[in-house]
Structures are given as C-alpha cells and as structure tokens.
Design a protein around this ligand. Structure first.
Ligand code: IPM
Ligand code: MG
Length: 368
C-alpha cells in the first residue's frame, strides 16, 4: 500500500496541546518502526473561523476526502459563543462527519486497572470494563429536516427533527454486529421505542438485520433511559452498545466517566471503503476543547493518543502497533503518572501534558 497519509486538525482549546503529543508518537513510528506517515496539518473550528470566517474551509474539506485518515483535536470555546449558528466551530466537525459520510462512530470505554480507583463509581463496578458504544453519526436529530427557529403567533419555536431511514439503521446495525463478532459477540441496541416512531423502526430493522445475517450474535433491546441507568449500575453487562446519534452522544459521555476521566476516551468515525480499500475515517478524542484549562499544559493527551492507536488499527491494519501504544499508556498509568484530571479526591502529584506524552514515548521505546 502507498505511504499512509494523515491530515491533522488540532482545532481549538486543548486540541493543539494534546495533538502536539500525538505528533511525538507519529514521529516515533517513523524513527523507531520505519513507518513514515505523510502528515499534513490544517485548521478546523474556531481556529478556521479566525483565519477564514468559516469553521471549515472548502479546501480542507476536499483534502479530508482524499486523505487516508483525519486526526482531530477538539473544537469550540467561549470566544465563539455569540457567532451565528451556521459558522459555530462545531459546524466544522459536523460538516466533516456528514460529507465524509462517517456513519459509524466507535467509542470504546475501557477501564485501565490503574485507574479503577479514580472512577466516580466503586472500583468493583468498573474494574476490567471493556465496552464499545457504536453511535450512528450522520443522521438523526443532528441533521434531520425541518429544523430551525421559526415565528409562530407571538412567540418563537425551536424545531429539530429525529429522522432515520431503514437503510441508515441497517448499515449502522451491521457495523455493530460485525464489531461484536470480533469481541464479546453481544449487542444491546438502545432507543426510545416506547415514545418515538423512529425508535420503533430502529428496533424493527435492527432485529431484522440480526435475524437475517447475524443470528450468531446475542442481541437485546433497551430503552435508552434505562440504558443510561444500567451503564452506571452494572456497566460490565454490556459488550457493544448500538445507538443513534443523540443518545450516543449522551451515553458516551456517561460511559467515559466509568473509565475515570473523559480525558481517556478515544473514538473512530468510519465510513465506506475508499478506492484503496481503507475506510473513510476520522479519529478524535471524545472530550471537548476544555477552554478552562487550555494553554496551561494541564490537558490529558491520552484520549488523543489512543485515537491515533485506533487509526493504526482501523485505517492502517497495524493492530499490533495499536496494542503497543495502548500498552504503553497502560504502563505509564500503572507507574503512577497522572494528569490533573486523573487525580482522585486525595489529590497527589499531577504531571503536565508534555510530561505525559514524553513518558508514553519512553514506554514505547521500552517496548522495542
Ligand atoms: C461529540 C461532541 C460533538 C457532538 C459536538 C462537539 C458537536 O459532543 O463528539 O460527542 O455533539 O457530537
Ligand atoms: Mg459529545
């Protein structure tokens, strides 16, 4: 295959800081493993707005369509709160997801042993946790029409539409079943079939896909509100959770806390295979731009580094190297290194963003 290409979009807030640590890991693969990536960098979100007046320039969008994998930091910040909705930083990210048709968002929530004490839940509830949320990413209420704020009589009305076609449900259900087969072989699908027609259709199509082509996978259905409760009550009952765009957004933040910190969670957003066989792909941490700590060297780079590990696994077929990165992170945590977000109520010494990145590089060196 050709030289693997990466488009890096650091974005806003802590995005550039955590991405700088990912760059070290990318360079490490060039220096120590002989895997050189063709890396380019561009702007997204508020950073793109400042430069071009739009949260994603058309040229950047075009480059993203050509690249093997996009790595994104984070978008948004209070500086952009008053911007018109159409040019808000988040619109840049949503445009990438939509135009690249990245319908399958994989959000693993794994609790590293060393962090089991740091979750807000009791240790035995989360120790050894290993689940993946498969979130539909290009449809549902995020993109449904009609939408907007309209005038009705003497007041305004805010409108969004939850909308799913059978084919959209079909393809995301398949993605979840395929993933489950490579893991614990269990899918729990979450919707609100008790109050939403889109939920009724979601349940029906998921069951149909299962019965036709994935009868070997264990499938269950759950209302999403109960799912939220079960996630904090007994998260280890799950293997793969399949859900829509909005429920997936909410449930994945909830799942993130099970792992000790939002600073730990990577994600992969995958679309259809391109001509070279690699899927359209964007990798990003689940956490946001964290403006309150931006620029202070406090951010945890692990979620972003683990997102790069997901790129190695899903875009570049380098599963062993992905595991090498994941094990290096685990080792550094086991050695007791913590960024501020990983300190429990008892406190302790916190390391900076760069110290964490350097320690992970040292652990990678030691893995050779
Ligand atoms: C996420 C984020 C995004 C979302 C925002 C930044 C648009 O919360 O990736 O979970 O709502 O999808
Ligand atoms: Mg979110």
């Amino acid at each position: 295959m050709s030289t693997p290409s990466l488009l890096i979009l650091p974005g806003d807030g802590i995005g550039p800081e955590v991405m700088a640590e990912v760059r070290k890991v990318i360079d490490w693969f060039g220096d120590k493993r002989g895997v050189a990536f063709d890396v380019s960098e561009d702007l997204v979100g508020g950073a793109a707005y400042d430069a071009h007046g739009v949260p994603l320039h058309d040229d950047t969008m075009a480059r993203a369509q050509e690249i093997d994998a996009v790595l994104l930091g984070a978008v948004g910040g209070p500086k952009y709160d008053d911007l018109d909705f159409s040019v808000k930083p988040e619109r840049g990210l949503l445009r990438l997801r939509k135009e690249m048709d990245l319908f399958a968002n994989l959000r693993p929530a794994q609790c590293f042993d060393a962090l089991a004490d740091f979750s807000s839940l009791k240790k035995d509830i989360v120790a050894g946790l290993d689940i993946v949320i498969v979130r539909e990413l290009t449809s549902g209420v995020y993109f449904g029409e009609p939408r907007g704020i309209i005038n009705e009589g003497n007041e305004r009305v805010g409108i969004n539409t939850q909308r799913y076609t059978e084919s959209e449900i079909d393809r995301i259900a398949r993605a979840a079943f395929e993933l489950a087969r490579r893991r614990g072989n269990k899918v729990c699908s979450m919707e609100k079939a008790n109050v939403m027609e889109s939920g009724i259709l979601w349940r029906e199509v998921t069951q149909r896909v299962h019965d036709a082509d994935y009868a070997d996978v264990e499938l269950s259905h759950m209302y999403a509100d109960n799912g939220a409760m079960q996630l904090v009550r007994a998260p280890k009952q799950f293997d793969v959770i399949l859900t829509d765009n909005l429920f997936g957004d909410i449930l994945s933040d909830c799942a993130a806390m099970l792992t000790g910190s939002l600073g730990m969670l990577p994600s992969a957003s995958l679309g259809a295979p391109m001509a070279n066989g690699r899927p359209k792909a964007l990798y990003e941490p689940v956490h946001g731009s964290a403006p309150d700590i931006a620029g202070q060297g406090k951010a945890n780079p692990i979620a972003c580094i683990l997102s790069f590990a997901m790129a190695l696994r899903y875009s570049f077929d380098m599963g062993e190297d992905a595991s090498r990165v994941e094990q290096s992170v685990e080792k550094v945590l086991a050695d007791g290194m913590r960024t501020g977000d990983l300190l429990g109520p008892e406190g302790g010494k916190s390391s900076s963003t760069t110290e964490m990145g350097d320690a992970i590089i040292a652990a990678l060196d030691a893995s050779l």
